[in-house]
Design a protein around this ligand. Structure first.
Ligand code: ATP
Ligand code: MG
Length: 398
């Protein structure tokens, strides 16, 4: 079948009462952005649904692949839209449609008809049975099964005739732009890109921050984070990645604080800087890839100590997940292969042999006092020298 149009099904946004129109408009806008480089498409809202119609040449597979990345869509139905004519001609269209999609081979089916206006001379039930009969006559191998048909043929008679029978699963979630913005702490690891993806799926726009430690970490390590941001932006839309030079702060901590507390103190300064950047860039929350117990810096005690410096909510969508569950998502969203590239990040370089696993906040704070002379200047310098890289999926090779 040579499809030129898609019916877009969305679920959760239908439940939002008066806000429904706002949500639908944002979803249309997101679809437009995602498809922009794939051809000319008309995107229209009608009868509480969204239709995407190609107005130029386009690649069917690429278009489906892209629509599957748009949060808010639960189903993508390739649809045939034809002129509305007399009933006999429309019956013939249904036969042509079935023949093209499924051929003559044995299958069970059910017809599900809808009328756009109730003044149409036939009721839906009548249309179902008339067309059902016609199909049975035309295809000797077809049988009706009203409970679990192989093919559920939807026929809608509105201003035009609509035929579809296939639903491709969409990403689900809510359209990006319906739920504010958050700052993702994005490292080169497996977890944080997944965390960003998960929160973005709830309709949240993303910015990101990466703590870089040149010359201890390489240019290639930074490029890996840029690449990850680009892959995530394929779902979330453009991500502004703030690259912070963290070297001097790390060296100061290394010089002045007990080594078993390095990681936890470093994590606290990362969160502080991330929060500053979040506020400056109008983000309402922070996101990290932390998961309870994964490493010393992610025990319950460590998480409590890290969290203590933040006033914004910190979202940790991987918190209760096993590593394998996180890996499964990273494979699904295509970040895994990039995440496992072996480039050092700043956490692996300044790491203690025996980090504390049960840090006590008062002790950590006392250790941090040793930084009093230098830390304000270092923080200011780190914030003043942030480099912003725009990561967007248009730059990402399909
Ligand atoms: P990931 O796989 O996401 O790197 P991880 O298992 O390596 O996580 P940690 O190194 O303890 O865990 O980091 C926990 C979280 O802190 C990360 O998920 C990320 O959100 C943030 N983070 C760690 N290092 C950096 C960094 N260099 N820049 C930005 N964020 C970071
Ligand atoms: Mg890491």
């Amino acid at each position: 079948m040579d499809y030129r149009a898609f019916l877009i099904k969305y679920a959760e946004i239908g439940t939002k009462g008066k806000n429904r129109y706002v949500f639908e408009d944002i979803l249309c806008k997101q679809i437009r952005v995602h498809l922009a480089s794939l051809g000319e498409f008309q995107i229209r809202k009608e009868y509480g649904r969204i239709f995407v119609e190609a107005e130029s040449d386009f690649d069917y597979e690429d278009t489906i692949k892209e629509l599957k990345k748009v949060f808010g869509i639960i189903g993508i139905c390739p649809i045939v839209i034809e002129e509305r004519t007399d009933f006999d001609t429309m019956k013939q269209r249904a036969i042509d449609y079935m023949r093209e999609c499924y051929g003559e081979k044995a299958l069970t089916f059910k017809v599900d008809a809808r009328r756009g206006d109730k003044s149409y001379p036939m009721k839906s039930m009548e249309i179902n049975s008339e067309i059902g009969h016609y199909l049975l006559e035309a295809f000797s191998e077809y049988k009706v099964d009203v409970h679990q048909p192989d093919v559920l043929l939807h026929i809608e008679i509105r201003d035009q005739l609509y035929l579809y029978s296939q639903t491709i699963k969409g990403a689900g979630g809510l359209p990006v732009g319906t739920n504010g913005k958050a700052m993702l702490l994005l490292s080169g690891g497996i977890d944080s890109p997944v965390a960003g993806y998960m929160i973005s799926k709830r309709g949240v726009e993303l910015e990101a921050v990466y703590f870089n430690a040149p010359p201890y970490t390489s240019e290639r390590a930074k490029q890996k984070v840029v690449d990850l941001a680009r892959i995530v932006s394929g779902f979330s839309g453009k991500i502004r990645l703030h690259v912070v030079n963290f070297t001097d702060i790390q060296l100061a901590i290394y010089e002045k604080c007990p080594h078993e507390e390095l990681t936890i103190i470093m994590r606290r300064y990362m969160m502080k800087i991330a929060e500053e950047l979040a506020k400056k860039n109008k983000c309402q929350a922070l996101i990290t890839g932390e998961s309870i117990g994964q490493v010393a810096s992610q025990t319950m005690h460590s998480l409590a100590c890290t969290n203590e410096v933040c006033t914004l909510p910190v979202f940790r969508p991987c918190i209760g997940m096993d590593k394998q569950e996180i890996i499964d998502i990273s494979e699904e969203i295509d970040t895994y292969e990039t995440s496992i590239q072996p480039y050092e990040d700043c956490c692996t370089i300044f790491v203690a042999k025996h980090p504390v696993t049960k840090p006590i906040l008062e002790i950590i704070k006392r250790s941090e006092e040793k930084l009093n002379d230098v830390i304000d200047d270092l923080m200011k310098k780190a914030l003043d020298t942030v480099e912003v890289v725009e990561a967007r999926f248009e730059d990402w090779e399909r």
